[in-house]
Design a protein around this ligand. Sequence first.
Ligand code: NAP
Length: 316
Amino acid sequence: MVPAVSAGVGGSEIFITGSVIGMAATIIDGKAVSARLKEQVGRGASWLSREHGIVPGLATVLVGNDPASEVYVRNKNKAAEALGFHSVSYHLPANASEADVLARVRALNDDPSVHGILVQMPLPKQVREGAVLDTLDPRKDVDALTPTNAGLLLGGHATLISCTPAGMMLLLKEYGIEVSGANALVIGRSLLFGKPAAQLLLAANATVTMAHSRTRDLPDHCRRADILVAAIGKPEFVKGDWVKPGATVIDVGINRMEAAESKYKIVGDVDYAAASERAGAITPVPGGVGAMTIACLMRNTLIAAASAAGLPTPQI
Ligand code: NAP
């Protein structure tokens, strides 16, 4: 039997306490939820290996030497190894040609020990992202960025869902946040986050508004949002008084800001201190939605491994 790997990762005892003005917002603990999700994925992987002799395999492809990308890729491989996955990484030089990168992707498409391929973005200028995504086998596209997987999401039939938006939905579910009928505002329209996040919220019956750099009266849109999602990439851009009292705030931004003694700190796209005085629930940065991304990547790799063998998708 396929073990149930459910989205409710064991937190039904969590209640939203901050929906009354004046109460502190509930802090949505992405670290704790992602740790439980990883445990479940690990159990799913053990089952797949024990019952079917399949070890989920994740391959990462990094092109160039962007320090942040190097850290992201290392963390993804580490997480895969910790779960007992087969984990391989390929590091191509910054001047690798598009043909080199496509050849590596094609080789991984054909490698039966690899179920998930992650090509770390952004890529150097000479390598077109579109060409890479057109080459990547959609069944191994664990970042869910290929046109096929984006289209399946639109149609409501996606098996592999973009990791950070999927992580957001798991957090909303885990914390019992009512999505159906809610006014949800997604600020940012990237392929990586904003667009899939809006689709997932729509599929969960929210009334979704998408905002971007040309949106007029953004604070007004924010003040109407029961669920306010910010994926902009600008430190503390969303102000506390833009938040509707009792709203749920999902802060996707990861921004480096100067701190004392020439150090840096990571902040989100929302002014966290001010917003948490009005929000019902809020994700911190770090430790909120960002903490879910790698766990969801592992979950996608497990799903891809099961479905490559024609096995039912574990219910995650
Ligand atoms: P992106 O490609 O960086 O694009 C930013 C989006 O914000 C664009 O759609 C842009 O609008 C919009 N925007 C920019 N200025 C704005 C303004 N003044 N008002 C309203 N909208 C504005 O987006 P992304 O890749 O989704 O990244 C956004 C942030 O999320 C970054 O900090 C990134 O690091 C973070 N992120 C984190 C994770 C994770 O936790 N694992 C995953 C994904 C992203 P236009 O389209 O009009 O230019």
